[in-house]
Ligand binder design. Structure first.
Ligand SMILES: C[S@@+](CC[C@H](N)C(=O)[O-])C[C@H]1O[C@@H](n2cnc3c(N)ncnc32)[C@H](O)[C@@H]1O
Ligand SMILES: [Zn+2]
Length: 281
C-alpha cells in the first residue's frame, strides 16, 4: 500500500515530504496528488513525456509471459542477490525502477518481510498491476529521466530489471550502505527468437554502456549469471514479442505467420547478468 512507502516519497514539485489523507497525497507546501482507484499515485512532473511507457497490450503480454514461470529463475536470482546484499544494511525501502507489473519487487519483498517497496514506472497500465502484486508495494508513476519523487538517502536497494537507468538519481536516493541491483540481457538471451523473427536485437553494447554509466559513483561488488534452455509455445513466443521493445515496431500479423512456421516448442535460451553495485566512497 502507498501508506507503507509514504515516508520514502517526496513531492515532485518542491521536494517536500508527503503524507496521505483519504485518497490524496499531499506535501506541506500544498501540492496534492489523487490516488487512482487502482491504488497508484502519479508523482510525474506536469510536463512529463510518457511516450516510452509500456502500452496496455505490452503489459498484458508481460503478465502472461511472467505468469508462465519462464523468468522465475531470474526473479529468484534477484531476490537472492538483494537478500544477501542487505544482510547488514540499515533501514530503507526497496525501489523497483521501471517495475512493470511488480513481478521482481514482489519476489524480493517475499524474502524481506520487514521491508516495503516502491514500484516506479511511467506506465499506468503497469502500475495498476504492480499496486496489487504484493501487500507492501506502493505504486508510483514517475519518470526515471527526471528527479525521482523519492527522499534522498531513503532507499536500501534500487532494483533495475531490463529498465532504463539514471545513475545520478540512483546514487542520490540510496542510503550510504545501499545497493543497486541491475539485470541486463546479453546477446544469447532469447537469441533464436531475435534471429528468426527479425526482432530488435539485444544491444550488444549494453554491458559496456552499463559499465560506463556506473563507473563514476558505483563499484560492482557481485555478479551472478542466469543461463539455461527455454522452451516456449507459439502463444508464449507471441507474448515475448508483444512485451518487448519490438512491439512498437513490428506488425503482429506478420509475426504470427513467422511464429506459426517454427517447430513447437520453440527452443531458445535465457541469458542474463544480475550485477550488484554499491556507491563508491
Ligand atoms: C522492458 S520493461 C521491464 C519491466 C519490468 N522491470 C520487468 O522486467 O518485468 C521496461 C519498463 O520501463 C518502463 N519505462 C519506460 N520508460 C520509463 C521512464 N522514462 N521512466 C520510468 N519507467 C519507464 C516501461 O513502462 C516498462 O514497464
Ligand atoms: Zn510540493
Amino acid at each position: 500500500m502507498l501508506a507503507d512507502v509514504i515516508d520514502c516519497l517526496a513531492c515532485p514539485h518542491c521536494g517536500e515530504n508527503l503524507s496521505i489523507s483519504a485518497s490524496t497525497v499531499r506535501c506541506a507546501t500544498g501540492h496534492s496528488f489523487d490516488i487512482a482507484r487502482q491504488g497508484y499515485v502519479s508523482l510525474l512532473p506536469g510536463d512529463a513525456h510518457t511516450g516510452t511507457a509500456d502500452t496496455t497490450a505490452m503489459v498484458a503480454a508481460r503478465e502472461t509471459f511472467l505468469a508462465a514461470g519462464h523468468y522465475a529463475e531470474i526473479s529468484r536470482a534477484v531476490a537472492d542477490a538483494t537478500e544477501r546484499a542487505l544482510v547488514d544494511a540499515g533501514p530503507g525501502c526497496v525501489i523497483d525502477v521501471g517495475s512493470g507489473t511488480g513481478y521482481y519487487l514482489a519476489a524480493v519483498l517475499e524474502r524481506l518481510p520487514e521491508r516495503v517497496g516502491i514500484a516506479l514506472d511511467i506506465s499506468k497500465y503497469a502500475l495498476r498491476r504492480a499496486a496489487r502484486a504484493h501487500p507492501h508495494i506502493g505504486a508510483v508513476a514517475g519518470d526515471v529521466w527526471r528527479r525521482l519523487p523519492v527522499r534522498t538517502g531513503s532507499v536500501a536497494a534500487v532494483l533495475d530489471v531490463f529498465a532504463p537507468r539514471n545513475a545520478a538519481e540512483f546514487r542520490r536516493v540510496l542510503a550510504p550502505d545501499g545497493v543497486l541491483i541491475v539485470v541486463i540481457p546479453d546477446r544469447n538471451h532469447l537469441a533464436r527468437l531475435v534471429e528468426t523473427l527479425d526482432l530488435l536485437d539485444v544491444d550488444v553494447g549494453k554491458e559496456a554502456r552499463l559499465a560506463t554509466q556506473l563507473a563514476q559513483g558505483f563499484e560492482r561488488v557481485a555478479v551472478y549469471r542466469v543461463e539455461g534452455p527455454l522452451e516456449l509455445t507459439h502463444a508464449e513466443v507471441d507474448a515475448a514479442v508483444a512485451m518487448g521493445p519490438s512491439a512498437h515496431h513490428v506488425d503482429p500479423a506478420d509475426i504470427d505467420v513467422r511464429v506459426a512456421a517454427l517447430a513447437e516448442p520453440v527452443r531458445t535460451r535465457l541469458s542474463v547478468t544480475v550485477a550488484v553495485y554499491k556507491s563508491a566512497r
